[in-house]
Write a protein that binds this ligand. Sequence first.
Ligand code: HPA
Length: 285
Amino acid sequence: MVENVILDKISKCVNSIRKRTSFVPDVALILGSGLGDYASNIKIECEIPYSEIEGMPTSTVQGHDGRFIFGTVGDTKVVCMKGRVHFYEGYSISDVVMPTRIMAKLGAKILFLTNAAGGVNYNFKAGDLMLITDHISCFAPNPLIGPNIDEFGVRFPDMSHVYDVHLQDILRKVAVENKIPLKEGVYCQLTGPSYETPAEIRMLRTLGTDSVGMSTVVEAIAANHMGMKICGVSCICNLAAGMNAQPLSHKEVQEAADMAAPRFTKLVTEFLKAIDKEGLTCKSI
Ligand code: HPA
């Protein structure tokens, strides 16, 4: 059965990781393109390249360094996915969410998702950080399609509060305390890899989208299915298509992510420290 193939693959990866480390993370952290340098803020206990994990999908995009990093930020135990795989690379959607499911199986109860995104909201500018309050899935297949994996969650999961309200409050508080401007809004995932057309961006804005990208939603769906608490931040790297004169480029996206990196680093670090103080990791979930 299909569910066993997926489950078997995940179990194999978890076993392969468990041969290398017994580390049990509280928080799983997924770093978006250009935000990978955050890993240097982790007190590393163990690093495992995806290529050394049997059955693990590895990223094909240049500059996407693929590895799990296990370690601590303050007293919070994290597993960080440095480099994620994207649907546009040609992987099946179940492979795209496999690392998220692996991190949940390793013990992570909270998922912190980050991404590089285009700003759709006219109040945004390149370099802004946006707390994700909700999402829209647009044309990316649902990762839960296929026989339900009952061990992970129910067939028809509720999606009313994908982004945990308490974690959102903590992030807002941390942003204020550290004087980091934080926008808020709805993130929409399309498949990519082409950027959107101006007409598509107008459509997305009409639908209630504030930022747009090529990741995150499918991982949030898989994590929500497994009962993880989710928090997400977009780094607005450009104004979306049609919103200014220049064409979009991957280089521009990376440069804007670099510009936002110090604020982003501070926000994530203080958030991770705060959730430990709040006693929110593992214990209370
Ligand atoms: N569109 C989609 N994905 C993106 C963008 C964008 O404008 N910027 C960064 N990732």
